[in-house]
Design a protein around this ligand. Sequence first.
Ligand code: S3P
Length: 482
Amino acid sequence: MPLKGEIRVPSDKSISHRSIMLSSLAKGKTKIKKFLFSEDTLHTILAFLRLGSNIKIFHRNKKISVKDVFSLLKINPISLEEESYIVVEGLDKNLKEPDDVLYLGNSGTTTRLLSGILAGKINYAVLTGDDSLRNRPMERVKIPLEKMGAKIFLRQNRLLPMTILGGNLKGISYKSKIASAQVKSCILLAGLFTQDKVEVIEPTKSRDHTERLLRFFEVDIEENPKIEDEKFIEAYKNRDINLYFSLINKIFSKENKVALKEDRELKGNKEIFIPADISSAAFFIVGALLIENSEILLKDLLLNPTRSGIIDVLLKMEANISFENVRILNGEIVGDLRVKYTPNLKPIKIEGSLIPRLIDEIPILSLLMLFANGKSIVKDAKELRVKESDRISLICSNLSQFGVNIEEFEDGFEIEGISKEKILKNIENKNIFIKTFLDHRIAMTFKILEKVLNKKFNFENEECIKTSFPSFNIYLDKHLED
Ligand code: S3P
């Protein structure tokens, strides 16, 4: 069954989290349109409600509670996406101490960004989360926040629960060993609570939504290198692949330095419109490339170069894609992406500074590698081992059930391309069981493989998809043509 039609996947998760955090810290009212309602982002809302933020959610122009949102998520996630908005009355940074432990579910982004904000302002707070989150490394935020003067306590010195004793921070110039937007954002957000010099250096530029949104709220930020959006728009519009790759090489082949300047007040009275999430769209992009006769148009997609690593890969694999309607929306590059079925994809090597630009897409990209003409490889991606699950291990162990030639490395894997017919033969009379370890992106990857092979697998905890994309199965069924 081919994938067909126009799809506006739900909005970007990274920007949705940040929209709640920054509008809560701002002075004045912010209206957020096209917010992503998913379990992760609702944990951000719940945490900020406990910190005293005045967040009102409207559905069909009627105010609803977070509890209503959770039930709507079960019965009608599409209506929630299309017919809701949020209004936040900012606290001008005056958050109050939470009167209970903050439970953050599966959300690493909420935990790490929030830890910076709490360290900046709150005397005492405790953070925890689900089985997956409680096993993810947190010393990466503890180290810089302690250098800024906060006291941070972790289980085994690296895991949640985290206790934060914050306030009275001083400045920092922090050189991070990893290109992590969560670490960078944590420090920048903590830096909003001091007037000292605050600067972060990372080996290559990671996603820059915090910087863009802070600038949108009129905070002064210095960045080097800086992305020139107009040039990228020109490259997308003129289908100028050489220009696109030369801009990418210029920005991502060096260290990135971000500093807060003097003005650290967030000025509200703004309206934010959140574009569609390229990490969610990735599942449909790959589905359309691999299922015969497919053609889809993905609308309003976030094309920010710090997130467009998947576009680099598609261009290099010679996938049949084209851009339409590329423009700037709310300080972000947005466009529509047309994707057509492409047999004979070229194999690919994914490594170096490309990794942070597609880190969340690697599980689904493993399917493109699986059906490419030759050997593909992922390197320098050790960070994948500390995501919602150990993604290197789960990609390899789940795929090895299909009789695929796959080799696991400490920092990646290598896959030998294979035909659908061969895989179908390998799994004849076999029961496939997909382990997810509560990882939404692993679950969605193998849901797409089910459709590509027209087979059914058994899944462990398939509901974890709600972490980022509660309407995933609805869109998938709706756009698969009989
Ligand atoms: C995110 C940053 C990335 C990404 C995560 C979302 C963010 O993590 O994998 O899904 O919103 O800042 P790291 O910063 O740990 O690389």
